[in-house]
Design a binder for this molecule. Structure first.
Ligand SMILES: *Cc1c(COP(=O)(O)O)cnc(C)c1O
Length: 487
């Protein structure tokens, strides 16, 4: 073969005869595809595949001379099934971070899923007062429950806690000043920064104190006629140690109230109950926070609370009334599915004895090391056997995190698997890293993707959140095929 450039080749190549789209659609092998996916979608995909075929022939990538051997029906069916599959799907969270923001945070209890199912398919009394036969309020399905659990006078819900903070600030301090300690000017995951939210809420930030120390006198001397509120933000995702000082809620509420100002606290991961009896680290509850004299608290319902994504605002009735009257409330309100789920989750809290068994977030967080280790022992031989010659599989001790910024420095003892690909011969560090990344990618591409962590040349799977080991075991043949193909 004389050497020639790809361009010369392309010019010489003649594209095999391609039947018309209409003819392809009428062909016998295409009929099942049309029935399964509809004429419109199939036509679209067939056009796409023909264009692809033509390009590949012209570039020399495709060497078939007969279009029939291109198996268009098979390709169309595969492509259409891929398109029909949901993009958002369940994964196995084996990262060790139980409330993982990127993986959807709290898993919902069956009671909440049933509540969603009940209202999803038809009409509901979302904003309809059944006893009076008139307009009702969507928040009333959860507000009384929140009040009972937190001791608040009133409460409302919005789309998430970021929206709650924005709404509270905009309602109570628009065009005025909010005082905040420099130690609490925090960023919570990428796009949520307290100073930015304040600015967008139309509130002038008045920073007081220093990064490590803020005193009551700092707040007092910052108060002026334009001050609208004092704010405190839970520094969720980090902990400061050493020479530090901050003003607690009780002292700060005194300062605020002496000056006729409300004290607003963004609790972040708001725990509804004391978690220490469950063996978890102590986190201040919403109830305790309000008891300190705080006027408004905001917190997420999909973090420690273990419910669907929402932001809860609880506190003084007169302030909640103003918040509800702000047009932004309408823009950030919760939908009916969330309200249904949240109501079901809140009701579980009225039976604390069964809470850890019924609320998956709490169940996973309180799972004993022994229980997790048993799962590790059960699946290690199976995983090792199917990855024989491909990877070594060891049981390891690991440390789970609560996640979502809750109690970031406290870890929970857990067990998992360290899966290390077998490398023949010696590889440079770069190649080994790349190989491991490719290895982990196969786990992520399973029917039910498996997400772990890469550490010390291994893929670590923390088994705390694996309640049904079969979900992993059943995928071992698929995994084996994927990994084997690389060999
Ligand atoms: C998580 C968090 C937020 C944001 O809450 P979302 O529910 O994710 O919107 C705001 N403030 C604090 C302190 C947080 O921990």
């Amino acid at each position: 073969m004389p050497s020639e450039s790809a361009c010369d080749k392309a010019q010489e190549k003649s594209v095999p005869v391609i039947p018309s789209v209409d003819r392809i659609l009428r062909s016998t092998e295409m009929q099942d595809v049309v029935v399964a996916h509809g004429r419109k979608a199939t036509t679209f995909i067939v056009r796409e595949i023909i264009a692809d075929f033509r390009n590949r022939v012209l570039s020399g990538e495709e060497t078939v001379v007969d279009f029939r051997s291109f198996k268009i029906a098979e390709r169309a069916a595969k492509r259409l099934s891929e398109l029909a599959a949901p993009s958002l799907k369940p994964v196995l969270n084996l990262t060790g971070t139980v409330l993982h923001t990127n993986l959807g945070r709290a898993p919902l209890p069956s009671e909440a899923i049933e509540a969603i199912r009940q209202v999803a398919s038809g009409a509901s009394n979302l904003e309809y007062n059944l006893s009076q036969g008139c307009r009702g309020y969507r928040d009333c399905h959860v507000s009384d429950l929140i009040c009972q659990l937190t001791g608040a006078e009133a409460a409302c819900v919005v789309n998430n806690n970021a929206a709650a903070v924005l709404l509270v600030l905009n309602t109570l301090a628009h065009n005025r000043e909010g005082i905040l300690s420099r130690g609490e000017l925090v960023e919570i995951g990428g796009t949520f920064r307290i100073p930015d939210i304040m600015e967008r809420a139309g509130v002038k930030l008045c920073e007081v104190g220093t990064t490590n120390r803020t005193h009551q006198r700092d707040y007092e001397s910052a108060i002026n006629e334009n001050t609208a509120l004092i704010m405190k933000v839970h520094t969720s995702n980090f902990e400061m140690q050493g020479f530090t000082a901050s003003v607690n809620e009780t002292c700060l509420s005194k300062t605020a109230h002496d000056n006729g100002l409300p004290l607003v606290v963004d609790l972040g991961s708001g725990a509804l109950i004391d978690l220490s009896p469950y063996g978890l680290p102590k986190e201040t509850t919403v109830f305790d926070t309000l008891l300190c004299g705080v006027d408004i608290v905001t917190f997420s319902s999909d973090k420690l609370l273990g419910g669907p994504q929402a932001g809860i605002i609880a506190g003084r009735a007169d302030l909640i009334e103003k918040i509800n009257a702000n047009p932004i409330k309408r823009a950030v309100r919760s939908d009916k599915l969330t309200i249904a789920a949240l109501s079901a989750v809140l009701k579980l809290y009225f039976d604390p004895d069964r809470l850890a068994a019924r609320l998956p977030a709490l169940r996973l967080l309180t799972r004993s090391y022994e229980d997790i280790f048993k799962i590790a022992e059960q699946i290690q031989p199976l995983v090792a056997e199917s990855l024989k010659g491909i990877a070594s599989v060891k049981i390891i001790d690991c440390k789970s995190q609560i996640g979502s910024g809750a109690l970031p420095t406290n870890t929970l003892r857990s067990a998992g698997l360290a899966i290390k690909p077998i490398i023949n011969g010696s590889l440079g560090e770069g190649r080994a890293t790349k190989l491991l990344a490719g290895f982990a990618a196969h786990f992520r591409c399973l029917t039910m993707p498996v997400i772990g962590n890469l550490r010390n040349g291994s893929l670590l799977l923390d088994l705390r959140s694996l309640e049904t080991p079969e979900q992993l075991i059943i995928q071992l043949p698929e995994l084996c095929d994927k990994l084997g193909a690389d060999k």
